[in-house]
Design a protein around this ligand. Structure first.
Ligand SMILES: NC(=O)N[C@@H](CC(=O)O)C(=O)O
Ligand SMILES: [Zn+2]
Ligand SMILES: [Zn+2]
Length: 432
């Protein structure tokens, strides 16, 4: 039994924003009221703090199986918990890929034993994410995946993609799209334009992204399937999605914190931590994604947590791996850049980090309503800090945000009523 005392309780879908106590019993939220007295309950003092539904990250690379030297289910979910995430969905670009019911079962068992937050599983669209042969999507759905995606790559074969959309519709499963025309990006490592000219590195043009966004919006329409565009980075993509939504096509999308915060100005040949796919774009793109967040075109924030070992980053820029370790910086970056700068309200931010992903994945989460599972966070908005990658619990220290001043700290993370993070530190290694 826990009582969280005196926090400002915010639950955007229910329109709740008030100072109250929360009683947690048997892992569930059992009462929200003023002055709850419960003998023997553990008291958590939340005065002057925010209490919100736990964050849900639809786009995380846990790297297991196959790349345990980059991250594991254990370290990735520890990183999630520190970031305030109580649920993550893991991408299938592992080795082997998550392309069969056996691999799904392997991850589920591993997560049951070692994860400290809830882990949802995304299955691949094609075998080995090679874009050649469709997986048995029906079987993957039966084994419990929450979406399909070939994240990291885009299936370029139109026939494969047509069949993938038809299957997505047939099984009612969300298709998460990494939009990249590989013919246009080959050998590229930075945004095409100023960054490629300045560094002499090969560029990745915006059109490589929005061409596929356009292609797949048309397929979502044709097959009446649910499409979710991953890591939107260009102004053209935002506009295409805005128009598609206006026509009633079932498309949703996400943006990663680095894409609404950083531009390609910061890219140098020396700093491979700025290398990410899609690449950091120009100022107009950053402004367009922020506008997309404001007007609801961009439904949510997802980290695209892509941890890498130092060996994959400490090489020439061209050869360095794409990716940013994002779970532990997401909230502070988003709060500092979006809320403190007046671009989103705190309610909107919580909605985009918790409620919206829950709705899109069809989860009974992302709310603090009485009776729901006690997945929640306690946030201190006043705490000022400097991002220090050396202190990440993730194995991946690869972040371009190292040294950045931010506001906002995740103090507590509760998963199913269990305190897994206390005063910013992991205090529990099992959620059973
Ligand atoms: N985003 C990245 O730069 N990298 C991701 C792949 C992906 O999300 O496309 C990875 O798996 O490392
Ligand atoms: Zn991707
Ligand atoms: Zn990804």
């Amino acid at each position: 039994m826990i009582v969280i005392k005196g926090g400002r309780v915010i639950d955007p879908p229910k329109g709740i924003d008030r100072v109250a106590d929360i009683l947690i019993l048997d892992g569930k939220i059992s009462m929200i009221a003023e002055n709850i007295h419960a003998e023997q309950a553990r008291i958590i003092d939340a005065r002057n703090k925010i209490v919100a539904p736990g964050f849900i990250d639809m786009h995380v690379h846990l790297r297991e199986p196959g790349f345990e030297y980059k991250e594991t289910i254990r370290t990735g979910t520890m990183s999630a918990a520190v970031g305030g995430f109580t649920t993550v969905a893991c991408m299938p670009n592992t080795q082997p890929a998550i392309h069969s019911k056996e691999i799904v079962a392997y991850i589920r068992d591993k997560a049951e034993a070692e994860a400290i937050v809830n882990v949802l599983i995304i299955g691949s669209i094609t075998e080995d994410i090679a874009g050649k042969k469709l997986t048995d999507i029906g079987e993957l759905v039966k084994s419990g995946i929450v979406a399909i995606s070939d994240d990291g790559k885009t299936p370029m074969d139109m026939e494969i993609m047509e069949r993938a959309f038809a299957e997505a519709r047939r099984y009612g499963i969300l298709l998460i799209d990494h939009c990249e025309d590989h013919q246009l990006t080959q050998g590229g490592s930075v945004n095409e334009g100023n960054a490629s000219k300045r560094t002499g590195l090969k560029g990745i043009p915006s059109v490589a992204e929005w061409k596929i966004v356009k292609r797949d919006i048309a397929l979502a329409k044709k097959y009446d399937a649910c499409l979710h565009i991953a890591h939107v980075s260009t102004k053209e993509s935002v506009e295409l999605i805005r128009r598609a939504k206006g026509k009633g096509i079932k498309v949703t999308c996400e943006v990663a914190p680095h894409h609404f915060t950083l531009t390609d100005e910061i890219v140098t040949r020396e700093n491979t931590y700025t290398k990410v796919n899609p690449p950091l774009r120009g100022q107009a793109d950053v402004e367009a994604v922020i506008q997309g967040l404001r007007d609801g075109t961009i439904d949510m924030i997802a980290t695209d947590h892509a941890p890498h070992d130092e060996g994959s980053k400490r090489v020439d820029y061209e050869r360095a791996a794409f990716g940013i370790s994002g779970l532990e910086t997401a909230f502070a970056i988003a709060y500092t850049e979006l809320v403190r700068k007046g671009r989103l309200t705190l309610h909107q931010l919580i909605d985009k980090m918790s409620c919206k992903p829950a709705t899109i994945l069809g989860l009974d989460k992302g709310t603090l309503v009485v009776g729901s599972v006690a997945d929640l966070v306690i946030l201190d908005l006043e705490e000022e800090g400097v991002i220090d990658a050396c202190r990440f619990v993730s194995k991946g220290k690869n972040t371009p945000f190292h040294g950045r001043k931010v506001f906002g700290k995740v103090l507590y993370t509760l998963v199913g009523g269990k305190v897994v993070v206390e005063k910013g530190e992991i205090v529990c290694l099992s959620i059973d």
